[in-house]
Design a protein around this ligand. Structure first.
Ligand SMILES: NC(=O)C1=CN([C@@H]2O[C@H](COP(=O)(O)OP(=O)(O)OC[C@H]3O[C@@H](n4cnc5c(N)ncnc54)[C@H](O)[C@@H]3O)[C@@H](O)[C@H]2O)C=CC1
Ligand SMILES: O=C(O)C(=O)COP(=O)(O)O
Length: 528
């Protein structure tokens, strides 16, 4: 049974889906404290959070059984994704499920501040009537500067275009085509946007680059009476600088949903009538929470069951069809990877994983990770998985090259060749193909041509190419009660290899007996 800890509120229907899983028990601990979570996280295979729980190194160190952290939402700045990767923990968010709600809240803040809705509301409810003190601005024919033209930024663009706004966007990481599609003038620099915008809204993630991306200097460059909106993350606008801008009258209004510290009950910004703020409710709609909940539990269930986690942020993402093409290779290369350390000892200098033919045109990053998982498995056992294998390889100074060659390897349409070079310069290579019926076949080892469908228990025999060896191998294994399923021989000059598939584990004493035969140089048992 897997145990899932739900640490922040998610939609009831999503909880029902989780609870209906026969192999999962779910503990609902909404609002759990930091201390409590650190105390109990060791018991859980999965954790579901929103934006409050900090998933950092300390938590991941304690969560020894954790396989997946599901972020019921979009921003992942509360999760140390790099550490999660180091710990082999999948991090999956629900990127498309609350974007409309976040966009609509940003627009609400923009319009509410432009028209003084909240002060007018308070004034009227206090029993007074005045209109002259609530003169606002139209947005029509004004310039809206959008920082970050991703999912939410582009939704804002489309909607505000319909209000008749002129759009300019700053986002150095997207194509020109995207600016065109959303009818946004492209700002080559942030300054360019700052200088011309009447309204500025930000929709970037919080990163080291976007932290305080708007501060004193940037506000200085803005137009007088600029109106600002932040429904992205607290801290991307420097609150102290915004407060100073409001104080001086440079900034006409600030609408914000996200705070430098969350939760909180006071801020110098709250003193301004022209500030409208909400307690991080961008995703707090029935629709968004239903979508987010369903999506996050789907990812967590898939992650626990070893199935593809479509929205994993620390795994390569790909469509179902692409995945179907590479799927057979994922397990196969893991087995090929397992061979090296079973026949050789010592540090590895570098590894080349070479894709030949059609497979070289696919997105193969997950095959790379899987191979490395197999390679390190004999040494690291459960510590290594798809998520952390390449990081662990780097830490062990294994130089890994994933190489793609569209040409064919001999006549095979799709081939994976692995070359490993050990510390002493000694080389090992193995070539595999996926045959008909998804057969996993080794077609070459150390340049010896061979053709073996791999199985769980195998023996690799290196011998002199002289008469009598095959017979004696058969005889000795017979005496040792080892049943041979198949036997294949590869020859090169005066030496040969034999790759045998056998029914059971072969014991050390049987291997010794084989090695006592003078024409046999080395025998290795392979467990795949
Ligand atoms: N208030 C709320 O409740 C919610 C807030 N959010 C926040 O909104 C953010 C954006 O969400 P999406 O649009 O879905 O993300 P996204 O990843 O689709 O778009 C972000 C865009 O920002 C751009 N960007 C990154 N660094 C930049 C920089 N230094 N300068 C300019 N642009 C930069 C990226 O290129 C990308 O196009 C999330 O990361 C999250 O923090 C999301 C949902 C709800
Ligand atoms: O999805 C996001 O990035 C949000 O900011 C929403 O956060 P929440 O899940 O409401 O705590």
């Amino acid at each position: 049974m897997y145990k899932v800890l739900v640490g922040e509120f998610i939609d009831d229907n999503a909880v029902k889906i989780l609870k209906a899983q026969p192999n999962i028990t779910t503990d609902m601990r909404i609002g759990i404290s930091r201390e409590e979570i650190l105390d109990i996280i060791e018991n859980y295979d999965a954790l579901i959070v929103r934006s409050v729980i900090k998933v950092d190194k300390e938590l991941l160190d304690k969560g020894k059984k954790l396989k997946i952290v599901g972020r019921a939402g979009n921003g992942i700045d509360n999760i140390d994704v790099k550490e999660a990767t180091n710990h082999g923990v999948i991090v999956a968010n629900t990127p498309d499920s609350n974007t409309v709600s976040a966009c609509e809240l940003a627009i609400t803040l923009l319009l509410a501040t432009a028209r003084n809705i909240l002060p007018a509301d308070r004034y009227l409810k206090s029993g007074k009537w005045d209109r002259e003190i609530f003169v606002g601005n139209e947005v029509f024919h004004k310039t809206l500067g959008i920082i970050g033209l991703g999912r939410i930024g582009s939704l804002v663009a489309t909607r505000m275009k319909a209000f008749g706004m002129d759009l300019i966007a700053y986002d150095p990481y997207i194509s020109d085509e995207r600016f065109k599609r959303y009818e946004c003038k492209k700002a080559e620099t942030l300054d360019e946007l700052l200088k011309v915008s009447d309204f500025i809204t930000i929709h970037t993630p919080k990163t080291s680059e976007t932290l305080k991306i708007i501060s004193y200097d940037q506000i200085e460059k803005m137009k007088d009476n600029v109106r600002l909106v932040n429904a992205a993350r607290g801290g991307v606008f420097d609150e102290a600088a915004v407060a100073a801008g409001l104080e001086s009258g440079k900034i006409a209004s600030y609408g914000f949903d996200v705070h430098e510290k969350e939760p909180r009950s006071e801020s110098p910004l709250y003193a301004f009538d022209n500030v409208v703020t909400t307690p991080h409710i961008g995703a707090t709609t029935y629709e968004a929470q239903e979508n987010v909940g369903k999506q996050v539990v789907k990812q967590v269930i898939n992650g626990l069951n070893g199935e593809i986690v479509e929205t994993a942020v620390n795994l390569p993402t790909m469509g179902r069809e692409e995945f179907a093409v590479i799927k057979p290779y994922i397990q196969f290369v893991e087995k090929l990877g397992k061979i090296y350390y079973q026949i050789k000892k010592g540090a590895i200098k570098f590894v080349n994983l070479i894709y030949y033919g059609n497979i070289s045109t696919q997105e193969t990053a997950i095959i790379d990770s899987s191979f490395m998982k197999g390679l390190l498995y004999p040494v690291l056992k459960e510590e290594v998985n798809y998520i952390n294998s390449l990081v662990l390889a780097e830490k062990r100074d294994i130089k890994f090259h994933s190489i793609k060659k569209e040409e064919k390897y001999y006549n095979y349409p799709d081939v994976i060749k692995i070359e490993v070079v050990g510390e002493s310069g000694e080389k090992f290579s193995i070539v595999g193909i996926i045959g008909g019926n998804n057969e996993e076949r080794i077609v070459e080892i150390n340049d010896y041509p061979i053709d073996v469908v791999i199985s769980e228990n195998m023996l690799l025999v290196e011998n002199n190419d002289v008469p009598g060896v095959i017979g004696n191998v058969g005889r000795i294994l017979g005496e040792e009660q080892v049943n041979i399923a198949t036997m294949h021989v590869g020859r090169k000059e005066n030496s040969a290899i034999m790759l045998l598939t056998v029914d059971d584990v072969v014991e050390e004493k049987s291997i010794k007996k084989l090695e006592e035969f003078e024409q046999i140089r080395k025998v290795k048992y392979l467990n795949l």
